[in-house]
Design a protein around this ligand. Structure first.
Ligand SMILES: Cc1ncc(COP(=O)(O)O)c(C=O)c1O
Length: 369
């Protein structure tokens, strides 16, 4: 059966077409043009941070963040093993070594106690990933990083709109990276943003994304850089998306609340929300009962046109990263990854759509438990 309920679909009901047509009409379609700086400024204002520079995806945002902090060969970077592989790959791009940490079993975020255990003289940074949109425990992580004089990087690819004690994710660390892939809370098709309160750090990031260009002398290049620039067209879409971020987040909260109420007492548990945070529920993810065969379950849902996704495989289990986890165990990540599932989470899902999906899930549980 064809997919009736995809896991995600972006909302495009604002000024997207108007701004993109403006780019086409004016012929400012490449990475120069008014929408790039407008998007950067509005994005920084929305977060409550000083500086932002737009890039062409979230993976390069993390790459640029590591380079801007001077992280390289011989350095170790502590990173949760339960994350998307794109958090870890850039650590290898700069020649540094990923050191995996487990997550806590309730909220699925990097475990500060495991971070503490893994710090050593080679540790240069910790990457906090706000997984599935739930903020990481930022107070503890800021304290650990400050005490140990190491950098804190936030991977906010999934957490735009989420707050920890009232402050946006992305405003706690030395630098943060966002993604605007098509399934993200706001999208530019492909795109990303690097943000920081440090002007020097964002100036370095802006130079790195633009072939290492000098900020003082035109057409002069002072470091080996990259072409990681965002186009004016993508920024035009991003600006229009940002204008609608509050209704998008409100709809996502409604979707999560509807799932919660319909799954009440069913044995299916949504990733919970810590009392100190606002969870923007990038994707509504759930723990299935112990005995469910997840592949069979996903195939069953697909018969009814319901797409689902398994929760990420812990990165240490992927062939190129096994070598970095010799002798280590990650029990919570293993368990959440084994039982976790993501169900359709797009903002326009109606109450009836969610009821249909939940009923199919519950039918399966009754049939196969
Ligand atoms: C946690 C995390 N980090 C990084 C990325 C990379 O973003 P992108 O796909 O824009 O490169 C993603 C998104 O896909 C992600 O979910």
């Amino acid at each position: 059966m064809s997919i009736r309920y995809p896991v995600y679909m972006p909302e495009m009901h604002g000024n997207e077409k108007k701004y993109v047509n403006d780019c086409l009409d004016s012929s400012w379609i490449s990475s120069r043009g008014k929408y790039v700086s407008a998007f950067e400024e509005h994005f920084a204002d929305y977060l409550g941070i000083e500086h932002a520079t737009a890039v062409n995806n979230g993976t390069v945002a993390i790459h640029v963040a590591l380079l801007a902090l001077g992280i390289g060969p011989d350095d170790e970077v502590i990173v949760p093993t339960l994350t998307y592989v794109a958090t870890v790959n850039p650590i290898r791009y700069v020649g540094a070594t990923p050191v995996f940490a487990d997550c806590d079993k309730t909220y699925w975020q990097i475990d500060p106690e495991d971070v503490k255990r893994k710090i050593n003289p080679k540790t240069k940074a910790v990457i906090a990933v706000h997984l599935y949109g739930h903020p990481s425990p930022m107070e503890e992580l800021v304290e650990i990083c400050t005490q140990n004089k190491i950098f804190l990087i936030e991977d906010c690819a999934e957490s735009l709109g989420s707050t920890y004690k009232g402050k946006h994710t992305g405003t706690f660390g030395d630098i943060a990276a966002f993604s605007f892939f098509g399934n993200k809370t706001i999208t530019t098709g492909e795109g990303g943003m690097v943000v920081s309160n440090s002007k020097a750090t964002i100036e370095k990031a802006a130079s790195l994304k633009n072939q290492g260009i000098s900020s003082e002398i035109q057409y002069w290049h002072v470091i080996i850089g990259y072409n990681y620039r965002m186009t004016n067209i993508c920024a035009a879409i991003g600006l229009a998306q940002l204008e609608n971020i509050n209704p998008i987040i409100k709809q996502k909260a409604r979707v999560a609340e509807t799932y919660k109420s319909l799954f009440l007492n069913s044995g299916i548990h949504i990733q919970p929300q810590h009392p100190d945070v606002f969870h923007s529920y990038w994707m509504c993810s759930f723990l299935l009962p112990q005995n469910i065969n997840r592949d069979h379950f996903r195939a069953y849902l697909e018969e009814f046109g319901v797409e689902s996704r398994p929760v990420f495989y812990p990165v240490y289990t992927l062939p190129m990263y096994e070598v970095y986890a010799q002798g280590m165990s990650f029990q919570n990540s293993d368990e959440i990854s084994r039982r976790g599932i993501t169900l359709p989470s797009y903002p326009s899902l109606s109450y009836d759509d969610i009821t249909f999906i939940v009923n199919k899930v519950l039918d399966y549980i009754k049939q196969y438990e």
